[in-house]
Design a protein around this ligand. Structure first.
Ligand SMILES: [Zn+2]
Length: 345
């Protein structure tokens, strides 16, 4: 990071970036933020002047990123991972919600009594709740998880197939055109070379297969300092997310509203040639960051009763989770109850 960049602390300042935009190749950008929201250390986040994609500048290499994660993981988890039941409950509910959204936005994925088993791969499977749900629904379901502790927990506690390693490494062992569904929840925003990764992913999908992505919406309302931190290399609006997919050879099947807190999109791989880009040159990420102020943010949180609502949610999760002996029993009960209300084809 150059010293010139560090002196430009205000959102909207122009910057000729240290690295090129990984979506369109442009170097010219505007600064969104100049500090890491978690550590307060210098960290430049910019909005591309050509396509509007947000990124940290300079972008780390795959190698640097792998080393950074390894260090974080060593600090955070010295031994085996045992997720709290409350977290498993929340992740299980998210998995159900995601599956329902997928069913409402695609056709032909839900297994039926006489159809052949569908194959799925969840990239960044964490403690495995989505893989476990799909396995229960009849998929040949697998996951990829770089964190050894989570991968081991999911394998041993849920009996699911999880490959421990990086995306690039694990995908290389998948057959081309072999998968009906690849999912990535809160993974794409961590990648330094998203186009290359998406093309590899596309090659692994069957022609009618679906890629299902969820990322945080960088336009969402949050506190002024919360948004930008080192673990996230990329920042999306609904438009830049769809631009990235289309530039990587996908066609969009369906997507959530651009005002959602998390952006969901489902897409199919159509060709190695990407379609040309429609830029988002008005820097919406800079505008959104300038509008984030502590006073209005806290006032709005209070007016909407957010602190109380969050407290109630936590209490309910604790209360519900403690009825179960372990994560698998909890998920079995959660998924069993919900499957009676789920759409069937
Ligand atoms: Zn760009």
């Amino acid at each position: 990071m150059n010293s010139h960049a560090l002196n430009l602390t205000h959102a909207g300042a122009l910057l000729n970036g240290n690295s090129a935009c990984p979506l369109c190749g442009e170097r010219s950008s505007q600064i969104i933020a100049s500090k890491d929201g978690k550590t307060n250390e210098p960290l430049i986040t910019v909005s591309c002047s050509q396509c509007g994609l947000g990124r940290i500048d300079p972008l780390p290499s795959d190698q640097e990123l792998a080393e950074w994660y390894a260090k974080q993981y060593r600090q955070a988890y010295k031994s085996a991972v045992q997720p709290a039941l409350r977290h498993i409950l929340r992740a299980g509910r998210n998995a159900l919600w995601r599956w329902q959204w997928l069913c409402q936005n695609t056709s032909g994925l839900e297994p039926t009594a006489n159809s052949q088993a569908k194959s799925s791969l969840d990239i960044g499977s964490s403690s495995g709740e989505f893989v476990y749900l799909l396995q229960g629904l009849g998929f040949e379901a697998k996951g990829i998880e770089p964190h050894e502790g989570y991968a081991t927990y999911a394998r041993n506690s849920l009996g699911i197939s999880i490959n421990n390693g990086t995306l690039q490494h694990c995908l290389s062992s998948e057959q081309p055109s072999s998968l009906d569904l690849i999912s990535m929840f809160h993974v794409l925003e961590h990648l330094p070379e998203p186009v290359a990764a998406l093309r590899v992913i596309g090659e692994k999908l069957k022609p009618e297969g679906f890629l299902y992505i969820e990322v945080p919406n960088a336009m969402r309302l949050c506190s002024p300092h919360y948004m930008f931190f080192k673990a996230h290399t990329l920042y999306f609006t609904g438009i830049t997310l769809r631009n990235l997919l289309e530039s990587s050879g996908f066609k969009i099947v369906s997507h959530s509203p651009d005002s959602s807190d998390n952006l969901s999109v489902v897409a199919q791989y159509v060709s190695a040639q990407g379609t040309s880009l429609i830029g988002e040159k008005s820097h919406p990420l800079v505008t959104a960051q300038k509008a984030r102020r502590w006073g209005p943010y806290l006032l709005q949180q209070l007016q909407e009763g957010q602190p109380l609502r969050k407290w109630r949610v936590r209490q309910e999760e604790k209360h519900t989770a403690k009825q179960y002996a372990n994560g698998q029993v909890l998920l079995n009960d959660l998924y069993e109850k919900k499957s009676q209300q789920m759409p069937t084809s």
